[in-house]
Design a protein around this ligand. Structure first.
Ligand SMILES: Cc1cc2nc3c(=O)[nH]c(=O)nc-3n(C[C@H](O)[C@H](O)[C@H](O)COP(=O)(O)OP(=O)(O)OC[C@H]3O[C@@H](n4cnc5c(N)ncnc54)[C@H](O)[C@@H]3O)c2cc1C
Length: 290
């Protein structure tokens, strides 16, 4: 069976299709409907145009695939029409592109125009985001053969020390089959060793862990993780930043209103609410059933 992409779930249908369904139902019910939808013409085009089209259809040279860039005379005529109708000057070569239709064009235009960093934030919003600061964290993961003796509940936290956190993941319940210990360097040591070779970072963390290892314990494997944006040290004061002067764009995360998973989750929930409001998504009870 053909799998439909997840993103299609957010499409409730095309307005034009919905209008056509209603139109068909009304006609079937015997209603006399004047169709003002989709800019449909209700008279045929001028006769001379139809005759020109008919004559052109008998010429073999008109039965090829068109150029991918569309033919030059067509683009020139379009540019002239825009000049006459709207007073706009367009370069037919670079500013006119016939498409399959305006819906297709609108659907694809963001792929052509949006680049990473291509959005201009309001100066105040940008300055507020630039004030947000994070401390990095070097974290070591040590798989042990043997015991680690950490005080209850299985962790040591010392925010003012070079190594701020040592935790037994087995007692935490996340590595039931092996003794795995996490060791975090504090902000200062993390800064100092962030770019250092892995061996050096691990040695500093291992030295702190050593104090808690059973005499017979042996390190089976060790890994170093470098978290560049580990702990927000300068937070944005509110739970979200809703960018001004742009289509709904919300900044959220642990640097907004409160750190750690709890702060990030609360910020994310509020962001979802702001986006729904910005898109005028009605709540379930407000949905209008056609
Ligand atoms: C080592 C460590 C241990 C921690 N332990 C705890 C703990 O025990 N309890 C606790 O409450 N908190 C803990 N925290 C903090 C907690 O993990 C964070 O506060 C929380 O994960 C932040 O959530 P967030 O959604 O703001 O950011 P993240 O969880 O960092 O999510 C950001 C996401 O954006 C993605 N991303 C980044 N750039 C782009 C891009 N350009 N395009 C697309 N995606 C991108 C990233 O890959 C990431 O998935 C810990 C943090 C660290 C570093």
């Amino acid at each position: 069976m053909v799998q439909i992409a997840k993103r299609m779930e957010s499409f409730e249908g095309y307005l034009g299709t919905e209008m056509n369904i209603r139109l068909t139902r009304m006609k079937e019910a015997g209603r006399d409907v004047i169709n003002l939808g989709l800019g449909d013409p209700d008279v045929i085009p001028p006769l001379h145009l139809l005759e020109t089209l008919r004559d052109a259809s008998f010429h073999p040279e008109n039965h090829h695939y068109p150029s991918f860039y569309s033919i030059k005379p067509l683009k020139e005529v379009i540019a002239r029409w825009y000049g006459r109708r709207f007073g706009v000057t367009l370069d037919p070569a670079s500013e006119v592109l016939p498409l399959l239709g305006s819906s297709e064009g609108l659907f694809h235009i963001h792929l052509a125009l949006l680049d990473a960093g291509g959005i201009q934030l309001a100066a105040d919003d940008r300055a507020a985001l630039e004030r947000v600061e994070y401390a990095p964290c070097l974290a070591g993961l040590f798989w042990l053969d043997g015991q680690v003796r950490l005080p209850d509940p299985g962790a040591v936290q010392s925010p003012d020390s070079a190594v701020g956190w040592i935790a037994d993941n087995q007692r935490k319940g996340i590595s039931p089959e092996a003794t795995v210990v996490t060791v975090h360097a504090g902000p200062e040591l993390s800064h100092q060793l962030f770019e250092a070779p892995e061996r050096e970072g691990l040695a500093a963390l291992q030295a702190a862990l050593h104090l808690y290892l059973d005499r017979k314990a042996r390190i089976v494997q060790a890994q170093l993780k470098r978290w560049r944006y580990a702990m927000p040290t300068e937070l944005y004061p509110e739970r979200n930043l809703l960018a001004r002067g742009l289509p709904t764009l919300v900044f959220a995360g642990d640097a907004f209103g409160g750190p750690r998973v709890e702060g990030a989750a609360l910020s994310g929930l509020l962001a979802g609410q702001s986006i729904a409001e910005g898109l005028s998504i009605p709540s379930e009870s407000e949905k209008i059933i056609p």
